[in-house]
Design a protein around this ligand. Structure first.
Ligand SMILES: [Zn+2]
Length: 228
C-alpha cells in the first residue's frame, strides 16, 4: 500500500495546514456544501467497509451506520452499528496499534528520506559529469576559455549546494525522524478526540494515514489498513 508521495511525514504540520486551508477556502468560495467534494458529516465517512461484501458503510437511521449494499438488499449480513461506538472502536484500535508498534507508520519518513538522498546523489553525479564534459569541450576547442570558466563556476556552485544538502541530510538521523513521526501521531490521536475539531477535518486527517477500515460486526472488531 502506498501513501501519497508528496507528504514528507505522516501528518506533518504543513500537510495538515494545507488541507485545512483548502477546506476553509472552498467553504468560503462555494458555500458549505460545494467545492471539491461534499464535506464529510462524520469522521469515518467513506472509510469503513463491510467485512462481508466490501461495500462502504453509510449513515442509516440516526446515529447509526450500515453496509450500503445491505440497505439495497445486495448484502446478506447486517453491519448496523452506532456511529459513536464505531468511532470509539477505531480510535482505540489506532491507539493500541501505535502503542504495540505492530504497524509501520513510523517508518514512512525514513524510506522517504533515503529516496531524497538518492535524488541528491544522482544530481551530484550528474553535475560531476558536466564538469568533465565542459573540460573536454574546452580542450577540443568547442568552448572558449571564458565560456569554460563561466560554466565551471556555475557547476561548481551547484555541486557545493548539493554537498551542503547531503551534509544536512546526514545530520538528521533516522531516530530523530522516527521520534518526530511518533510525536506527530500521538498529536493526531489528540486531534481526533478533540470535540472542537470538525468531523470534516478529522476525516481529512484520518485519510492522511488510513486507506480503509474493515468492520466485522459478528466478531465486533475493526481492522485498520494503514498507509506505510
Ligand atoms: Zn455488506
Amino acid at each position: 500500500m502506498l501513501a501519497d508521495g508528496t507528504h514528507e511525514h505522516l501528518i506533518d504540520n504543513e500537510t495538515w495546514q494545507k488541507a485545512q486551508d483548502r477546506f476553509i477556502k472552498n467553504k468560503m468560495m462555494y458555500g458549505k456544501y460545494a467545492g471539491e467534494k461534499k464535506p464529510s458529516e462524520f469522521m469515518l465517512q467513506g472509510l469503513v467497509k463491510c467485512s462481508s461484501c466490501g461495500s462502504t458503510l453509510t449513515r442509516s437511521v440516526s446515529g447509526s451506520m450500515q453496509c450500503q449494499a445491505y440497505t439495497h438488499g445486495k448484502c446478506d449480513v447486517s453491519h448496523s452499528v452506532l456511529t459513536a461506538k464505531l468511532e470509539e472502536m477505531v480510535l482505540s484500535t489506532i491507539e493500541i496499534n501505535l502503542k504495540h508498534r505492530n504497524i509501520s507508520l513510523v517508518q514512512k519518513a525514513a524510506p522517504k528520506a533515503e529516496n531524497q538522498n538518492e535524488v541528491i546523489e544522482k544530481q551530484f553525479i550528474r553535475e560531476k559529469h558536466k564538469l568533465i564534459r565542459i573540460k573536454e569541450a574546452y580542450e577540443n576547442g568547442i568552448d572558449s576559455l571564458e565560456e569554460y570558466q563561466v560554466n565551471k563556476r556555475k557547476i561548481t556552485k551547484q555541486i557545493e549546494h548539493l554537498q551542503d544538502k547531503k551534509n544536512i541530510r546526514r545530520a538528521e538521523p533516522k531516530d530523530e525522524l522516527t521520534k518526530k513521526s511518533r510525536a506527530e501521531q500521538s498529536n493526531a490521536i489528540e486531534q481526533l478526540r478533540n470535540p472542537d475539531i470538525s468531523a470534516e477535518q478529522k476525516n481529512i486527517l484520518l485519510r492522511t494515514f488510513i486507506e480503509k477500515i474493515v468492520f466485522d460486526r459478528v466478531k465486533n472488531q475493526v481492522q485498520i489498513f494503514y498507509y506505510y
